[in-house]
Design a protein around this ligand. Structure first.
Ligand SMILES: *Cc1c(COP(=O)(O)O)cnc(C)c1O
Length: 416
């Protein structure tokens, strides 16, 4: 392969060693991918997907049966009663906002079981500072149970659920940009069981971002919420999000998504059904490829002397890998390397810059076909100790491997 990537002997050996360390882990990934791919294919067969489902609707979008059939497929695959998958959700944050405002009413209480929420959702909740139009602004009372040793604090959660009446509990599956481990389906289901046992009428809401198709089943929450420029969009959906859950909650969310009393009856698809069907169909496969890229990166960087979380052999609950790069210089070189390995904008050099909402400068590497897509190979990091970079994605492992090797080469080049 030296024709395309001239590696020195150290890195050539590290690459070979990483590939052989990963072999058994990759077999397990392939098994999950196979299961999920056949599950999705079977749903497409059962719901008789045909070319006519891809037709564009305009105006109000009444009776767009392609749109409605995709909702049924998503619900079937995720094991829920109902679902809404729409390109009109601008982002994961918009999707989750629709879910939360759909379910909660003024004076309701919501308990967060998994520690502080993902950065962009802090504004939506408005629980740390006053934000115009936030849930708190609308009178929802929010309480966060901090993590204990990086895990949900089960004792405190039980105590809180006994002491007060909560309309909903909220959980986040992925670590986001923190170093806590992501939660497995089993761990989330345990939180759901505890909630339902102590407070049967409390809704269980889940930020499922980055977790879809990583395991054979999705968690059994009353409402799952996620982004289509991550796993379930398959690298093909150009934007959007999904909500999947009980029929009751999906109806509430539909009234918030469009208008009360109107709900899911409207929503022109303008020709985007095909991309959403094709993306969801590709979701299991692309998730498997992103997982392999993360596992390989973990093994390679461990071999060249950096701590990576999770380790290559650890059970995974999402597609994110973090590598502790120790110095700001390593971090910057790493991101430059990832960018050099991208199919789009490979000639661009990322630099750290201030970002709204962050105290430290942030550096990002992304050379994606879809702006901001993090199912495509991408890396970002705030410039602060322990100089951890968060890495995710790759449409396929072979190209991801190239980017990771470029990153390793850049980092090794500046070691004394
Ligand atoms: C990506 C993500 C979101 C949604 O973020 P957007 O950038 O708005 O799509 C929410 N929660 C977590 C944990 C995420 O990873």
């Amino acid at each position: 392969m030296n024709e395309f990537l001239k590696l020195n002997d150290t890195l050539k050996n590290a690459d070979q060693k990483a590939i052989s360390l990963c072999a058994d882990v990759f077999k397990k990934i392939d098994e999950t991918t196979l299961y999920n791919q056949w599950k999705v294919l079977s749903a497409f067969r059962e719901f008789r997907v045909s070319e006519s489902h891809f037709n564009a609707s305009t105006g109000y979008g009444y009776d767009d049966f392609g749109r409605d059939n995709l909702d049924k497929i998503v619900a079937h695959v995720f094991g829920t009663e109902d679902a809404l998958m729409r390109y009109t959700f601008e982002s994961g944050t918009t999707t989750i906002t629709t879910g939360l405002f759909g379910v909660l009413r003024p004076n309701d209480k919501m308990l967060i079981l998994t520690g502080e929420v993902y950065d962009t959702l802090q504004g939506v909740l408005g629980h740390n500072k006053a934000v115009d139009g936030s849930l708190t602004d609308f009178g929802v009372k929010i309480k966060v149970i901090p993590l204990k040793n990086d895990k949900p604090d089960i004792e405190l959660i039980k105590k809180e659920l006994k002491a007060d009446t909560y309309k909903a509990v909220y959980m986040q599956r992925s670590r986001g940009y923190s170093l806590r481990p992501s939660l497995t389906v089993e761990e989330i289901n345990e939180l759901i069981d505890i909630t339902k046992e102590l407070s049967p009428s409390t809704y269980t809401l889940l930020d499922n971002c980055y977790g879809e198709f990583v395991e054979k089943e999705e968690p059994k929450a009353d409402l799952l919420m996620g982004s289509l420029i991550k796993n379930p969009g398959g690298g093909i959906a150009p934007c959007g999000g999904y909500l999947a859950g009980t029929a009751e909650l999906i109806e509430k969310c539909a009234y918030r998504m469009t208008a009360p009393g109107v709900g899911r009856e409207v929503g022109a698809t303008l020709g985007h059904n095909r991309e959403l069907y094709m993306g969801f169909f590709n979701g299991p496969n692309v998730t498997g490829e992103a997982l392999k890229t993360a596992i390989y990166a973990s093994a390679l960087f461990e071999i060249i002397g950096f701590e990576a979380l999770p380790r290559y052999s650890d059970k995974r609950a999402d597609i994110i890998e973090s590598i502790l790069l120790k110095t700001p210089e390593n971090l910057i070189e790493f991101c430059k390397g990832i960018q050099l390995g991208a199919p789009v904008d490979s000639f661009v050099e990322p630099v750290p810059a201030p970002m709204p909402g962050y105290d430290d400068d942030v550096i990002m590497a992304a050379g994606a076909f879809t702006l901001g897509s993090s199912i495509e190979l991408s890396a970002d990091a705030p410039l602060r100790a322990p100089y951890a970079v968060y890495l995710q994605g790759s449409l396929n492992f072979n190209s991801g491997r190239f980017g990771i090797l470029k990153a390793a080469e850049k980092v090794l080049n500046i070691q004394k």
